[in-house]
Write a protein of this length. Structure first.
Length: 94
């Protein structure tokens, strides 16, 4: 499992969202959080951090190969069946 940010959550998208929804999901928070729109210095710094997260998510989800690789890291590892117990005595074999 990845330990970094959840890029799908950054855009408010489910993991199985179609690729066509990603550009619009990118543009919406960019319009809202762009640092050039901030007037207060503290708000400007927050906007810069938010834009860094938005651009990081776009870097991964906007590229089909990177998205596929990222999505594979979100899947839990496949479960393996429990091994058969080893019997040491013939008395316990059925």
């Amino acid at each position: 499992m990845p330990t970094g940010p959840d890029h799908h959550r950054t855009f408010g998208l489910p993991q199985h969202a179609p690729a066509g929804r990603i550009p619009a999901a990118y543009r919406a928070p960019v319009r809202l959080h762009h640092p050039d729109l901030a007037t207060d210095p503290a708000e400007h710094r927050r906007s810069e951090r938010r834009m860094a997260a938005i651009n990081g998510a776009w870097h991964v989800l906007g590229d089909p190969a990177r998205r596929t690789e990222y999505d594979l890291t979100l899947r839990p590892p496949p479960s393996r069946p429990a091994p058969e117990p080893e019997y040491r005595s013939e008395a316990f074999r059925g």
